[in-house]
Design a protein around this ligand. Sequence first.
Ligand SMILES: [Zn+2]
Length: 252
Amino acid sequence: MVLTFLFFSGIAIGSFLNVLIDRLPQERSINGRSVCDNCHHQLAWYDLLPLVSFILLKGKCRYCNNKIPSVLPFVEILTGVIFVSIWLSIEKTPVEKIIYLGIMACLIVIFFADAKYKIIPDSIQVALLIFSFLLFYVGNADLRSLPNQILSGFFVMLPILLIYLATKGRGMGFGDVKFSFIIGLLLGTISGFLALYIAFVIGAVIGVILILAKKKKLKNTIAFGPFLVLGLGIMLVWGEKVIEWARKIYGL
Ligand SMILES: [Zn+2]
């Protein structure tokens, strides 16, 4: 019952995340009705039912018959699936679990906004920061450890900041720098660095695959935010296991 509710809330929220993914990077207002990307016809409420409209309209715009990008229903289903799996796999209090869902929603927006527009919107970083402080506050209300968390944020931010400065912003954007601060704040220093490590490894593998598949040339850049999202997400959910493996492999 709870899981069914979570899945459908996830789909509904995912449909809102689609709006954020498309509008925040372009600094468009998130109020106002959605229009078709192709014919700019204003969409009615029955065109905007998450998933249902996509299926009924067979993935095409009602007005111009243009194909609706399948990333839209994908984000909706993904949000539903992530909500259910987070609820099942994390051993936390219900309040903490809800904060985790908020964090995951932010991560979905960062992933797709950065992949599409190469921008990590500031507003979503602020939302993520608020969820991080909430989690900290609910999890252990010991405010004396807050300075440590903030220090962890600076430590984890440092390598990304150095890359940003060394490449004059071509390797990383300043959005990645700010995002890595939140990663350190959320995870602490060790898990934060492991999240960066995971991001670099996945990024390198995907980069090589894209170059071999001739989708990208060496001089092209790919947004780094999606890989940071994967690193952070993996450490948030499976952090303890990853640390265990790291200890075994590297003998820490
Ligand atoms: Zn249309």
